[in-house]
Design a protein around this ligand. Structure first.
Ligand SMILES: O=C(CO)COP(=O)(O)O
Length: 271
């Protein structure tokens, strides 16, 4: 119940907060401090449930200093990266720079990058490769819009994205990948996919990874759900055997709410 398992592999749940374009570097430090205090007070065991935050780029140096200075067991990552390592790419941020700032993860292909910035699967594949080049773990975001869901093509569509974004990536690299299923219609809308929807898609993604690679690789990849997650719905979504964590937007800006999501096991016991 605590750690997802398929009988062979144990996958440590990952609860990740995507701050999006919220929290300047001063606000970000305050938020992270409050989150750490709340989790410490609750005696949270970070080895049982990993906690990650994805602040804006301008916050990362402050986050690094706080995490290192206070020895916080929280990990962090960038919300995007350039497919290039350095050069004349005004406004872009290299995976090399993120690695130097101590980032463990990087989001790739968030639906807001795909829709607002027109990022294609072709581009995202090169971003996944760039992440691995700099020893960052990509959190690859996939998911369908409302029209696709209504047409009943959501699994087909999401697996198409997955295949296109991972094309030609070796199994050795895919083993520590994180994939986040974020149905676009559930992001920031209050509409949450039901636990069955999250499990259906995560099972389909794992089966696809087993076909593309092998069963062992597929079993080691962590699959997250994202879209209007709150403390009240976290535990039921995480009950799905293929759902290994959550990517939380709005609710990650409230330290008490986010800490409560991190402590989802507690809700399973007390709710
Ligand atoms: O996009 C998301 C996380 O990356 C989800 O955002 P909300 O939790 O605000 O719906």
């Amino acid at each position: 119940m605590t750690t997802s398992t398929n009988g062979t592999f144990d996958r440590t749940p990952l609860i990740a907060g995507n701050w999006k374009m919220n929290m300047d570097h001063v606000q970000g430090i305050t938020l992270l401090q409050k989150l750490a205090w709340t989790l410490e007070d609750a005696k949270h065991d970070f080895t049982r449930v990993e906690v990650a935050v994805f602040p804006p780029f301008t916050d990362l140096r402050g986050v690094q200093t706080l995490v290192a200075g206070d020895d916080l067991p929280v990990v962090y990552g960038g919300q995007d990266l350039s497919p290039h390592d350095s050069g004349a790419y005004t406004g872009d941020i290299s995976g090399q720079f993120l690695a130097k700032l101590g980032c463990k993860y990087v989001l790739v292909g968030h639906s807001e990058r795909r829709t607002i910035h027109g990022e294609t699967d072709e581009l995202l594949r090169t971003k996944v490769e760039a992440a691995y080049r700099h020893s960052l773990v990509p959190v690859l975001c996939v998911g369908e819009g409302l029209e696709v869901r209504t047409a009943g093509r959501h699994v087909e569509h999401t697996l198409e994205q997955l295949r296109a974004d991972l094309e030609s990536l070796p199994a050795g690299q895919v083993a520590d990948l994180v994939v986040a299923y974020e149905p676009v219609w559930a992001i920031g809308t209050g509409e949450v996919a039901g636990p069955e929807d999250a499990q259906e898609m995560c099972a389909a993604i794992r089966a696809e990874l087993a076909t593309l690679y092998d069963a062992g690789t597929a079993a080691s990849v962590r699959l997250l759900y994202g879209g209007s997650v709150k403390a009240a719905n976290a535990a039921s979504i995480l009950a799905g055997r293929d759902v290994d964590g959550l990517l939380v937007g709005g609710a990650s800006l409230d330290p008490a709410e986010f800490a409560s999501i991190v402590r989802f096991e507690h809700h399973l016991v007390t709710d």
